[in-house]
Design a protein around this ligand. Structure first.
Ligand code: NAI
Length: 342
């Protein structure tokens, strides 16, 4: 779908006939943290979507220039800029999908949890504004540690009385994108054909690729499973170290986030065949939040694909049990933070 979107639908239709006067599907998307390393390329990719009519860019600084620049691309959406807390409410009014990549990224030697003290507060204040201005929107949380920031967001939304667990998503698409890439490389496959579900959470060993559930069905040696699993779990750190202090993944993250936005918009638009992995409130395991494959629909999560967790290999079973204490602690840390603040 993203590839199609490089040629704006409106342009294609203009070339064909006068049909372009018919209304197009049109959704409003807001990006909070839009002038950052992820925010800018993400804004560009979302600007190319034929499903978007308005793109609201919000940040605490530098967003005017980003918006002026992007607004010159002749794709359908109108780009509007919003700077600072006083404009946040207007950035969110009438929005269908809110994407949140606001916050600080890792530097070498840091874990995602080291970002908690700064990013927890940022996510909390942004979600309060989301609750007040667009409580029905799909909310995509990118800011790390996702394992904790999503539970924080849930608590804030509950306190505001507008929590819909089917519409709050931790973005784990990059883990799937990485798994697909690394598996295709290892097995010499065409990338487009490979799909690996990744479950659990979004940090270290909580990232669990289910290689046994790869489509097309592939067989892996024990060594391959070990090597691929560890590489997928540490892929973020691979980028942090290569950038050597200049931040973490931004371009691949923007690509992954744009895919998740596009999937959400297709689901909102009535496409009945949209599946993504995402970190959500979940009953799949005993943990209150868990990433898994879900079917997306007009109202958010329409179904959780529980079959992915059935018939796991012994390696996957063990890894699943091993990740639970860490994921549980991260969830509790997020919930504890929100409750302490009130
Ligand atoms: P960055 O530092 O380049 O950009 C962050 C942006 O957020 C800046 O423009 C900053 O002005 C803005 N910001 C800070 N406080 C804000 C507030 N209160 N309201 C609105 N905007 C605010 O960082 P980058 O590289 O874009 O990363 C952003 C976040 O995404 C980090 O927390 C990082 O850990 C996370 N991340 C998540 C991934 C995932 O797979 N979920 C992958 C990669 C990064």
């Amino acid at each position: 779908a993203l590839r199609d979107s490089f040629v704006p639908k409106a342009e294609k239709q203009k070339q064909r006939s006068w049909n372009y006067l018919q209304p197009q599907a049109s959704y409003k998307v807001a990006i909070l943290g839009a002038s950052g390393g992820i925010g800018q390329p993400l804004a560009l990719l979302v600007k190319m979507s034929p499903l978007v009519s308005a793109l609201h860019l919000y940040d605490i600084a530098n967003v005017k220039g980003v918006a002026a620049d992007l607004s010159h691309c002749n794709t359908p959406s109108q780009v509007l800029d919003f700077t600072g807390a006083s404009e946040l409410g207007n950035a969110l009014k009438g929005v269908d999908v809110v994407v949140i990549p606001a916050g600080v990224p890792r530097k070498p030697g840091m874990t995602r949890d080291d970002l908690f003290n700064i990013n927890a507060g940022i996510v909390k204040s942004l979600i309060e504004a989301v609750a007040d201005n667009c409580p029905d929107a799909f909310i995509h949380i990118i800011s790390n540690p996702v394992n904790s920031t999503v539970p924080i967001a849930a608590e804030v939304l509950k306190q505001k009385g507008v929590y819909d667990p089917k519409k709050l998503f931790g973005v784990t698409t990059l883990d799937v994108v990485r798994a697909n890439t690394f598996v295709a490389q290892k097995k010499n496959l065409k990338l487009i054909d490979v799909d690996v579900p990744v479950v659990g959470g979004h940090a270290g060993i909580t990232i669990l690729p289910l290689l046994s559930k790869t489509k097309p069905s592939l067989s892996f040696t024990d060594e391959e499973v070990q090597e691929l699993t560890v590489r997928i779990q540490n892929a973020g750190t691979e980028v942090v170290e290569a950038k050597a202090g200049a931040g973490s993944a931004t371009l691949s993250m923007a690509y992954a986030a744009a895919r998740f936005v596009e999937s959400s918009l297709r689901a909102l638009d009535g496409d009945g065949d949209v599946y993504e992995c995402t970190y959500i409130q979940s009953e799949l395991t005993e943990l209150p939040f868990f990433a898994s494959r879900v079917k997306l629909g007009r109202k958010g999560v329409e179904a959780v694909i529980s079959s992915d967790l059935q018939g796991l290999t012994e390696y996957e079973e063990k890894a699943l049990e091993a990740l639970k204490p860490e994921l549980k602690a991260s969830i509790e840390k997020g919930v504890g933070f929100s409750r302490k603040q009130t």
